[in-house]
Design a protein around this ligand. Sequence first.
Ligand SMILES: Cc1ncc(COP(=O)(O)O)c(C=O)c1O
Length: 431
Amino acid sequence: MSNASLFQRATAVTPGGVNSGARALPDPMVWQRAEGAYLYDADGRRYLDYHAAYGPIILGHNHPAVNAAVADTLKGVDLTGAGTTELEIRLAEKVVEHVPSAEMALILGSGAQATYLAQRLARAVTGRVKLVKFQGCFHGGHDYLLLNIISAPEKIGAKDPASAGMLPEAVENTIVLPFNDIEALELTVSARGHEIAAIILEPIPHNIGCVLPRIDFVQTLRRLCDEHGIILVFDEVITGFRHGLGGYQETLGVLPDLTALAKAIANGYPCAALAGREDLMLRVSSAGGDVFFGGTTNGHPVATAAALATIAALEDGSVHERIFRLGERARSGLQEIANRLDISMTVAGYGSVFAPYFMSGAITRYADLLRNNTEADTRFRREMVKRGIFMLPLALKRSHISAAHSDADIDRTLEVAEDALKLMIRDHGFR
Ligand SMILES: Cc1ncc(COP(=O)(O)O)c(C=O)c1O
């Protein structure tokens, strides 16, 4: 069956035909096979995949060592729902070994579960209600943090809940600040620090592409949290494992109290973790504390085995060395093409991530991205997809390189990008 006919069946029984609002595409895609750096759709077309399922795929699709570890667990214990398994013990040990701020870890099933538990734990420990998040950061679909992600210009500086039906008290109690803005941070914390339970951030806001943090901003965050008894939470759901086994906190040298981890921890299997200071972590109900914590499939052996195999494949450093090198080639190659064609483009990124913005000038916070040419951004991506390079065809979305990508893949991507950009100049007068 073709993409179109399968997708028609999907929409008859599934709202919008996809199982996450973030998976809706302008042209329907029904995937049939994935291998290494490639995806294959129901029409038999092959795509070089840079979407990487929003980031988890760090080793490549259907990685043999991950698949073998998963197959192996099928011979042992499956879900028991009581006690623990050696797999879960080993995974928590690995998180504690690699993530600098992790003294203890809980193994969960999704990133949203980790940020949800982080805010509840912070509220319980501090006895305070308010949270601080930053414009442009996304932390999962729960009411406490689902606001001010990709906001319309008129919503910047105001509350911008990203869903109908959110509890007004949750929206009211979450303060939104501009990223990298030390002054706004200091003003807010000095006025309201005694009310703030936690400050949570993506240390690199990748949900709007790639905006790097100023080191003095992150250092100020740490200092203010210490001075005011606020819990600092790094949401390393994207940056964790992808930017290094120790997450981006290792690179920054600034450590949070709690860290949310997911995505690349298990190369695409549903695994996540909340890690952090022992005194905080011991407040959860699994340790006899008063903060409820549960989840029927938490630490499922299949996901846990996938995570252990993924971490094992990352431990000698060669994967990060390779994907960082290819990331640099993709970024500098795209920037060189844009410069040569005289196009306003700033290729941002870090490590294995690249994000071509259709704009020039500095990018330090979300408001800067209002200069992005959304139409050109989405058109470029759609032209890439038409030519077999799958970059998510939505503005501001980052692309990810996995260990399965090759130098030849990057060469081809750059050739195709040049063709697509030339076509946009010729047919649409775009610059
Ligand atoms: C930074 C960040 N935090 C949390 C989440 C939520 O993770 P999950 O979709 O696994 O619940 C996401 C998902 O994209 C994310 O990008």
